[in-house]
Design a protein. Structure first.
Length: 171
């Protein structure tokens, strides 16, 4: 059994701490037929399949009030009325992906049925008929424009699974 002290925990990151002599070794072979995701991702060596969590007791009414406030803020700032996969890009250190995307004039940019949200630039929404290729091509275009205009390479938070779409085809 492991405890919280066994892990390095950070912004959207959890890793098993390095062990000394006799401890668990990091690394390992990549299974045949498996390709590693693009950086900054790496092949996880372990997965959480269950956890026992202990929380301090609190005031239920205050907790419900805080949850309602957080949900209201999310509804006001995110395009929850259209299908989307949440934030598309990680925030680069010291900045926000949405700010960079908006600064580059990409809010509202469309490829097929995929659109950079007018409400929150770090969301790509399906306006009704988006294909996976539309979404992937728009992600690629946003990355390229932001990199060209700012020198910052945005790293996707979403992982694309399945067959790779035809580059530039949109279908």
């Amino acid at each position: 059994m492991r405890t919280a002290e066994d892990y390095e925990i950070g912004y959207r990151h959890v890793a098993l701490k390095e062990k000394g002599e006799g401890g668990r070794e990091k690394g390992g072979a990549v299974p045949e037929g498996f390709t590693l995701p693009s950086p900054p991702f790496s092949l996880p060596q372990e997965f959480f399949v269950a956890a026992w969590l202990t929380f301090e007791a609190g005031d239920g009414a205050i907790a419900r009030q805080e949850i309602r406030a957080l949900l209201a803020k999310r509804i006001a700032s995110q395009p929850l009325n259209l299908p989307n996969a949440g934030s598309v890009f990680r925030n680069p250190p010291g900045d926000h992906a949405a700010r960079l995307i908006q600064q580059c004039g990409l809010k509202g940019r469309r490829i097929g049925g995929a659109q950079v949200s007018e409400k929150h630039a770090n969301f790509i929404v399906n306006t009704g008929e988006a294909t996976a290729a539309d979404i992937e091509n728009l992600i690629d275009e946003v990355r390229a424009v932001v990199r060209q205009q700012t020198g910052i390479d945005l790293h996707p938070e979403v992982r694309i699974i399945g067959e790779k779409r035809e580059v530039g085809n949109g279908k």
